[in-house]
Structures are given as C-alpha cells and as structure tokens.
Design a binder for this molecule. Structure first.
Ligand code: SAH
Length: 383
C-alpha cells in the first residue's frame, strides 16, 4: 500500500490564490466568521506562500527560502532576500505588499530602559509598540488595531475611534523591527497596545500561530498574553483554538453597573457571562488568569469595591494586577495616591486574592496607552 506524504499531496493540489483584491488593490478575504483577513507578504502562511510562488510559475522551494528570510532572518526590505530571483519578488510584492514600517520615534526611558516606538505604515497609519526589559527576558507590547472602537473612558487609544485592523504581518513587523533595532531576542509578547485583539480575531490568531509556529521566531505560546475588555464570543472561540496563551481580562470595575459607566462593552456582555467564559477558557488551557484593574481615584477604589472583586473571582486561579490609572487629559481621571493603592492591595490580599501592582515601566516616556500615537497625530495636524 502506498501512502502519500503530506508534502506530495500539497504538490498535487492546484494552487489557489490567497486573498482577493479589494478596490484599493489591498488584498483581503473574509474569514468564515466574517472577520476580514488582511493579506500582505508577511501575513502569508508557508502554505499560502507556496501557492503564491507556484502561481508565479516558480518552484515551491522558493517559498521556504522567502519564508525564512521574512520570519527567521527578519529582513527589513525585499532587496535583502539575495538568493531569490528578483522577478519572483517583484511578482509577489505586487500582489502582497512587503510590510516595512518606518520608525518615526523611539523614546527611551532613563529610569528603566523601556523603549517606546512609534511606527508609520505605508498608508500613514501610526502604531505604537513598547519594548521592556525584565529579569527573565525581553518583552514587546504590540498594537493589534489602529485606534479602537471599544470606547473605555480612561483610555487614550479610543479617542479617535477605530481606523483599521492591523494584519498579522503588521503585528509581526512590530516585533521584528524592535528585534532588529535593539539587537536583542524578544522572548515575551503582550497584546496590550492599541486596539482590542478579539475585535480583530482572525488576524490576531494568525499572528499568534505564525510567531509561535515553525520557521519563525519560535516564541513559546506560554510567553504570550492577550488582554481583552471582555468580548465573550471571542473568549470562547479562543478557548477552542487550544492555544496555551495567557488571558487577561480588563475588569476595572467590580460590578456591571460601574463597569458600564467606564467601559461601553459592559453594556453588551455582563460579568455573569464573562466570568463563566473565563472559567471555561481556564478549563481548557489551565493557565492562570489575570484581571487588570486600573485604580481610579474616587471611582473604583473603595473598600466595598475590593470586597466585590473578591467575591467575583473567589475560587479562581487568578491574579489581580492593579494599575494606578494613567491620567489621560480628556478623561479627567486621577490615580489614588500610593498609600491608597497599597491599602487596596492589602484589602484584596486579606480576602485571599493574589495581587500585583503593575510596575510602571517608562513612566517618563508617555506612559498611558495610545498617548504617543495620539500626540503624534496631533502634532501632524498642527503642522
Ligand atoms: N483592548 C484590550 C487591550 C488593550 S489596553 C483590553 O481592553 O484589555 C491594555 C490595558 O491597559 C487594558 O487593561 C486597559 O484597560 C489598560 N489601560 C488603558 N488605558 C489606561 C490608562 N489610562 N491607565 C491605566 N490603564 C489603562
């Protein structure tokens, strides 16, 4: 009996062209769930790249070469792929643009070496990423969308609304550009920059699979954390991907009533739906959950709030990460003073809850989410 290898079958299969052209010449395809996958060269999986190479009339091994240039050697431009015929590169990049963000600014913290990047992508879209040095490695916080439509009242990223989703290639490009610029190997990734990752589901999951998969940077799934404001269907879908990534929920209020006042998404999904979704996620991958809680003076920092948080999450394998709110000019919120933050921590601990206070990385370089991007677009409009 002859059993075909997966490889042979792949060679036999007629090549389908990945993605379709939209009116602007940008390649996008609607996924089964209605989310739109954006195609550029770095977003193509090895199978898709193989199809594209064969359609251009070249041998499949070229796809492996190109994939290695893009995702292992992380070249900055197509001309650096020196052993690939220029004709093939031109044919591919005409259909699938090479993502090459320009570094507009890098701010370096004098306190802890945190580096905050502002990238500009080809269509004048500005994206922020942050590089942090920890004892256990180098971490990059990436953006998943340009802007955000979740509308959290304390968050600067949401002020101009959502401009567009980022592609998987554009998320990879943030990590790659930082690794090239610092010369350091990135070991951890947090999806906590601008945007709601579960509002750009297909591209985000593609990014996670590519950065953890073979032929790429090979980052461990366990070293990736996705933070969400609580989109329940997205959490359940992510559970079914069976990824070992860590999940963080932006809680920020101990009950639905208060949560609705500061986070519009809470009008859509209540805590009575979110908490079971998180438990269900945990039942599959067994990774400790994180609850992020931005402490806002006079809003969510009372003793009673601590008591309610404790009863909400009691019994779960979870950690509460307290973040003294970063004041955003438009929001008018203030952080409680240090003593109050420590008291709040103590209260939670007395209820048996694990608590950390987020290390304030790069306090001197536009700390709050979205602030750099926002300030820069203000600067551009002022000119
Ligand atoms: N949309 C995702 C991830 C992006 S925001 C989410 O909601 O989780 C990353 C984290 O920073 C979230 O917990 C968010 O609520 C928090 N955050 C946003 N603006 C902040 C601010 N001004 N001060 C403190 N934390 C903030």
């Amino acid at each position: 009996m002859s059993v075909g290898t997966g490889q042979d079958e792949k060679e036999m299969r007629p090549a389908a062209e990945p993605g379709l052209n939209d009116a602007a010449g940008r390649r996008e395809r609607e996924d089964r769930d209605g989310s739109v996958i954006r195609y550029d060269l770095q977003s193509l999986t090895i199978d898709e790249l193989t199809d594209a190479v064969r359609l251009a009339g070249e041998k499949p091994f070229r796809a492996k070469q190109i994939y290695q240039w893009l995702h292992e050697k992380i070249v900055a431009g197509p001309e650096e792929m020196t052993n690939v015929p220029k004709k093939l590169i031109d044919a591919l990049t005409e259909k699938y643009p090479f993502v090459s963000p320009e570094i507009r600014t890098v701010q370096v913290s004098k306190i802890d070496g945190t580096r905050k990047y502002l990238f500009r992508f080809a269509d004048d879209c500005y994206v922020e990423s942050v590089y942090m040095v920890y004892q256990h490695g180098h971490s990059v916080c990436i953006s998943t969308q340009n802007g955000c439509r979740m509308g959290c009242r304390f968050c600067a990223s949401t002020i101009g609304g959502l401009t567009r989703n980022l592609s998987a290639g554009e998320m990879l490009a943030q990590v790659y550009a930082i690794q090239r610029e610092t010369g350091e190997r990135v070991s951890n990734i947090v999806l906590m920059g601008t945007g709601e990752p579960l509002d750009n589901y297909a591209n985000v999951v593609r990014f996670i699979r590519m950065i953890t998969g073979p032929g790429g940077l090979n980052i461990s799934e366990r070293n990736i954390t996705l933070s969400t404001c609580g989109i329940v269907p997205g959490i359940l879908k992510l559970r079914d991907e069976k990824l070992m990534i860590n999940l963080a929920l932006s809680l920020h209020a101990p009950n639905d009533q208060m949560r609705r006042e500061i986070m519009p998404i809470a009008r859509r999904y209540s805590l009575s739906e979110i908490i079971p979704a998180l438990k269900s996620y945990y039942s599959v991958n067994r990774r400790r959950l994180t609850f992020e809680y931005s402490l806002i003076h006079g809003v969510n920092d009372s003793d009673d709030a601590a008591r309610q948080i404790a009863s909400l999450i009691r019994g779960m394998n979870a950690l509460v990460n307290l973040i003294p709110v970063n004041p955003v000019r438009e929001a008018g919120f203030k952080a409680p003073d240090r003593t109050h933050v420590l008291n709040f921590k103590k209260k939670l601990e007395n209820y048996g809850i694990h608590v950390t206070i987020r290390r304030e990385m790069g306090r001197d370089i536009d700390g709050a989410c979205g602030q750099l991007r926002k300030r820069c677009s203000e600067m551009e409009t002022d000119r």
